[in-house]
Ligand binder design. Structure first.
Ligand code: ASP
Ligand code: MG
Length: 408
């Protein structure tokens, strides 16, 4: 069976007119003789509204009722899509997760899909039907409605593509695809034709809001190709796939920048075992996410400096926690708001020497000071003054020839 999974995000089904358009997209695949499975998110804004209502009822709204409530947005969108397809003469119906069923494991609000029963949907596809399946929701072992985390309908689509062995999984959204860098920050950003799962994971967790990171990891583990494209234009999008499918002459695939980061430095910390742990333990207990961490080598063997970054919204809390921590001694605490993490990402750097040098040199030529550096196999990140973000993006985009399709 030639199955395609089409997933529509909140903005793609955001208004009645858009839903009518979505129905035409679905119809076009049906006409190409695909067996089409549709997965939809809630109309944009609906999930947020529902969450707001739950808070008005109780600050401690029950987690199981939360899932019943917030998953209802998907039910509404799916029935509108199915209704439109029926109106256009197609055989279609909505399927709620429990009707299939889509089984999940784990806690409410944050479950994971682990099994999908295929029988009813396969039968329906064979009869020529177009099933419109609710993203984001499932049912637990106890037959309770669950949800799989914000933005989870991407993951629903990918798991459905996996269980039904779909030939294609297309994520329709409000952007045209994945870009070399954020097109809102840099006009010269170019849409990528193809990107590896690993690079996409880095880009997504560094803030390229194209897909939910968990769903990319699911796609990677299950080797499912994903096409991301806009539901508003006919242009082709970006293919997210395994590295071996990619022939590229680019060393760097994309560049990201963060907003709202702050830098914390502890000067003159005792250099002995357990110190770093005693600093970070209370932070993690308070759910403060620590990102880049560097510790200087200790010149005199007694004292060292420790620097790390956090989100600016956590700055005051972090300051309090460190100051009230009796287990650590330091001479000075330095806090700096308005820093930005700039990262260059590309599997090409594994085999190409000199990327670090080129990055540093190109920032230096623009007189941009590097405050902190961290690297992974396919990524180099530097922390700079936030004022220089655009300048840095421009310089690096040019240095690694992302402005230009054909050069390295
Ligand atoms: N409607 C859900 C949310 O807003 C799921 C999704 O959009 O993917 O988080
Ligand atoms: Mg969404």
């Amino acid at each position: 069976m030639k199955i395609v999974v089409l997933k529509f995000g909140g903005t793609s089904v955001g208004t009645i007119n858009k839903i009518k358009k979505v129905a035409e997209i679905i119809a076009s695949y049906k006409k190409k003789n695909y067996k089409v499975i549709v997965v939809s998110s809630a109309m944009s804004g609906v999930t947020n509204e529902l969450i707001k209502k739950s808070f008005e009822i109780s600050k401690n709204f029950s987690a199981s009722e939360h899932d019943v409530l917030v998953s209802s947005g998907e039910q509404m969108a799916c029935s509108l899509i199915a209704g439109r397809l029926i109106h256009r003469g197609f055989k279609s119906r909505s399927w709620l997760s429990w009707q299939i069923p889509i089984l999940t494991k784990g806690a409410h609000k944050n479950s994971r899909i682990n099994q999908i029963n295929k029988n009813k949907i396969i039968k329906y596809l064979k009869e020529g039907g177009i099933p419109i399946i609710t993203g984001f929701q499932g049912i637990s072992d106890e037959n309770r409605i669950t949800t799989i985390g914000r933005g989870g309908s991407d993951a629903s689509a990918i798991m459905i593509a996996k269980f039904f062995k779909a030939q294609r999984c297309i994520i329709y959204t409000d952007v045209e695809g994945v870009y070399t860098t954020d097109p809102n920050k840099l006009k010269k950003a170019k849409k990528l034709k193809i990107i590896s799962y690993e690079e996409m994971l880095e880009m997504a967790s560094l803030g390229a809001k194209v897909m939910q990171p968990v769903s990319i990891q699911d796609a990677r583990l299950n080797r499912i190709d994903i096409e991301v494209k806009s539901s508003f234009t006919k242009k082709s999008g970006t293919l997210i796939t395994k590295r071996s499918n990619i022939i590229s002459n680019k060393i760097i695939t994309g560049i990201t920048s963060t907003q709202n980061d702050s830098k914390v430095s502890l000067i003159g910390v005792r250099d002995k075992p357990g110190v770093a742990a005693s600093i970070f333990k209370p932070l993690s207990k308070n759910l403060i996410n620590v990102d880049m961490v560097v510790q200087n080598i200790s010149a005199n063997g007694k004292e060292t400096d420790l620097t790390f970054t956090i989100k600016t919204e956590d700055l005051n809390k972090t300051k309090k926690i460190i100051k009230s921590n009796k287990n650590i001694k330091f001479r000075k605490l330095l806090l700096k708001k308005d820093v930005s993490k700039i990262s260059v990402i590309g599997v090409g750097m594994i085999t190409t020497p000199g990327v670090t040098f080129r990055m540093f040199q190109s920032l230096a030529s623009k007189k941009i000071n590097i405050q902190v550096i961290s690297t992974s196999e396919i990524k180099i990140s530097v922390l700079i003054d936030k004022r220089n973000t655009k300048k840095a993006l421009m310089a690096l985009h040019k240095e690694f020839h992302l402005d230009n399709r054909n050069r390295k």
